[in-house]
Design a protein around this ligand. Structure first.
Ligand SMILES: [Zn+2]
Length: 241
């Protein structure tokens, strides 16, 4: 049933793989210190198992708008129509501290491509990777951000965890149990970006397939109600057959 639904899709809408230009970091059950850099991007995708012995793969959810972080029209997404649950997640560039620690003594300088972004196949060294955090685990980043207050000119100010000057590291680990896999996220130390770190090239998150690709969220600050609405709608969609 799934298969015939997808065959009906035009080739332009059918993607057999997630964008390959991004170097996605895989977290383990050990806490990893990371430093978010730049703006995050929200997206939604479906895990698609063809059921005919061929490999499973991700397809973008065409009913999700990154800009507003909302499901706006489930009927436009063939995967939603057949009752596959969309999963919302956040992508962001991040410096992976353990990789940074192993910096080679002899360094090849990063050579920006025409667009000024990093590509997975670039030969030069970088500690920058793209991290993916499921929407269900994002709330803890918001909690850490609330605590990230700094006294500036006598006034207490809350700063984003990705702030170049007042941001901080995050400690991230996978928690696996038989029922689910989730991310545990703890606060790390305040870590202003060094001159070298400010120059690291980022991966181009706008290549993540979704609607409104030209739009990027401005910062990690997001409305909790948007997030909840998206999750509620996602759950509702999951219940539809
Ligand atoms: Zn969908």
């Amino acid at each position: 049933m799934y298969k015939s639904s997808w065959i009906n899709l035009g080739p332009a809408n059918r993607r057999s793989s997630w964008p390959t230009g991004l170097n996605i970091f895989s977290f383990s059950e050990n806490f990893e210190a990371i430093r978010l850099i730049g703006s995050p991007r929200f997206a939604a995708r479906h895990f698609f198992e063809p059921g005919d012995g061929s490999n499973s793969y991700y397809v973008p959810c065409f009913g999700y708008r990154s800009k507003t972080q909302e499901f706006f029209e489930s009927e436009t997404c063939p995967a939603c129509r057949i009752g596959l649950e969309p999963k919302v997640f956040l992508s962001c560039n991040a410096i992976i501290r353990s990789i940074q620690k192993d910096k080679p003594s002899k360094l090849e300088l990063e050579t920006p491509s025409e667009k000024g972004f990093r590509d997975k196949n670039d030969p030069s060294w970088t500690p920058v990777r793209v991290i993916e955090i499921p929407a269900t685990s994002i709330a803890s980043i918001g909690e850490i951000e609330k605590q990230n207050t700094h006294r500036l000119k006598g006034v207490e100010v809350t700063k984003g965890v990705e702030d170049t000057k007042y941001g901080r590291d995050l400690m991230v680990a996978l928690v696996r149990n038989p029922k689910f896999t989730k991310y545990e996220i703890k606060s790390g130390k305040v870590s202003p970006l060094s001159d070298e770190e400010l120059l690291f090239l980022k991966f181009d998150l706008s290549t993540i397939p979704n609607l409104g690709n030209s739009q990027k969220p401005e910062s990690l600050h997001y409305e909790a109600k948007n997030r909840l609405a998206a999750l509620l709608k996602a759950n509702k969609l999951a219940g539809r057959k």
